[in-house]
Design a protein around this ligand. Structure first.
Ligand SMILES: Cc1cc2nc3c(=O)[nH]c(=O)nc-3n(C[C@H](O)[C@H](O)[C@H](O)COP(=O)(O)OP(=O)(O)OC[C@H]3O[C@@H](n4cnc5c(N)ncnc54)[C@H](O)[C@@H]3O)c2cc1C
Length: 325
């Protein structure tokens, strides 16, 4: 027993010592991270990636991806992410499926802690994404990706001529609802209050769309389903607890996203929603620290845009490092 503990300690110390100061460390393993990994590996920067608690990122949660170029028959999200990883590893990306717990960006080399081991890097690429905020209603976990989604651009086309609901009262909810009318026969917006956060112009656009119905003072009490997926929901009126049933085969939750930046402990400039602000191309407020993908981008939030930004961040990091040499 004592021997195995000692061996573990020795291995940990060695892994830190052998790591030395890396040229680049990538944090996060979604499309942005793997693309940054591929480019920095091919540029011979010997990148190290901490893939995080959800290796592969958000696409590990979905089934079919039909809008990533190069897959004419679509591709399963998890398969695509495994292929991205395989491709980057082939060129030398080293991946550790671990979370970065904290960082010190006050001086170079930058310091990162992973399971209490310290790593150092001349440059960092942060690709930790953003997580959609879910309602947490009964039955939601089971129907994620089987009818309930948080991305209309990604999944709207699966609901041609079907009735769907959108939950939320902000601009995103209005935008998603309007977009979804291209496919759905009817879209019902469910909102818990009668006051909407959305701009008046977006609200009016939704209100005047003949395919959209807006239901105020309604919350989702429970999602309903059968063996084929989502069939509807029980709606509750928060004013008096009255329950009614609504039929739908798809639902989109549009109540916001949360960028994953807690481990940075406020050391990079962010906007008021917590998204990292890139001040020069993909470089953040700290020179030598770059950021890419959904942790920066609250507008597009797509695999292809995250991958594109991952490529940009790798090229930016490479050029920045060259100028420091
Ligand atoms: C259900 C669903 C379906 C979708 N379908 C599509 C689609 O069909 N087409 C499309 O283009 N887009 C789709 N999207 C959106 C797409 O998944 C995202 O835009 C994309 O994954 C963003 O990539 P990213 O690399 O920025 O971050 P993410 O994919 O979010 O990856 C973030 C990574 O950071 C890691 N991480 C977080 N914190 C730490 C830490 N402290 N240390 C180390 N690692 C950390 C996580 O483990 C994860 O690997 C979908 C999203 C969802 C949720």
């Amino acid at each position: 027993m004592i021997i195995s503990v000692n061996i573990q300690v020795i291995v940990s110390v060695r892994s830190y010592m052998s790591a030395g100061v890396k040229r680049v460390i990538i944090v996060g393993s979604g499309p942005a991270g793997y693309t940054a990994g591929l480019y920095t590996a091919r540029a011979l920067l010997e990148p190290l990636m901490f893939a995080g608690y959800m290796s592969g990122g958000q696409l590990m949660l979905t089934s079919d991806v039909e809008n990533f170029p190069g897959y004419p028959n679509g591709v399963e999200g998890p398969s695509m992410m495994l292929e991205m990883r395989e491709q980057a590893e082939k060129f030398g990306l080293e991946v550790q499926d671990k979370n970065v717990e904290r960082v010190d960006l006050t001086e170079r080399p930058f310091r990162l802690w992973v399971e209490d081991i310290e790593y150092q890097a001349e440059s960092l690429i942060i690709c930790t994404g953003a997580e959609a905020i879910w309602l947490g209603a009964e039955g939601e976990d089971e129907q994620r990706g089987r009818g309930i989604s948080t991305c209309a651009t990604c999944d709207g086309a699966f609901f041609k001529d079907e009735e769907i609901i959108v939950v939320g009262g902000g601009d995103s909810a209005m935008e998603e609802a309007i977009f979804l009318t291209r496919f759905a026969s009817k879209v019902t917006i469910i909102h818990r209050r009668d006051v909407f956060k959305s701009s008046k112009v977006m609200f009016d656009r939704a209100l005047n769309n003949p395919k959209i119905e807006i239901r105020k003072f309604r919350t989702i009490k429970k999602w309903l389903s059968d063996e084929n997926g989502l069939t509807g929901a029980l709606l509750e009126d928060p004013r008096n607890g009255e329950i009614e049933e609504i039929m739908c085969s798809g639902a989109f939750i549009a109540i916001g996203h949360k960028p994953i930046t807690k481990f940075l402990d406020g050391q990079l400039a962010t906007d008021d929603e917590g998204y990292i602000i890139n001040v020069e191309n993909t470089m953040t407020s700290v020179p030598g620290v770059f950021a890419a993908g959904d942790v920066v981008d609250k507008r597009y939030r797509q695999a292809i845009t995250a991958a594109g930004m991952g490529c940009q961040s790798a090229i930016d990091a490479e050029r920045w490092l060259e100028n420091q040499d």
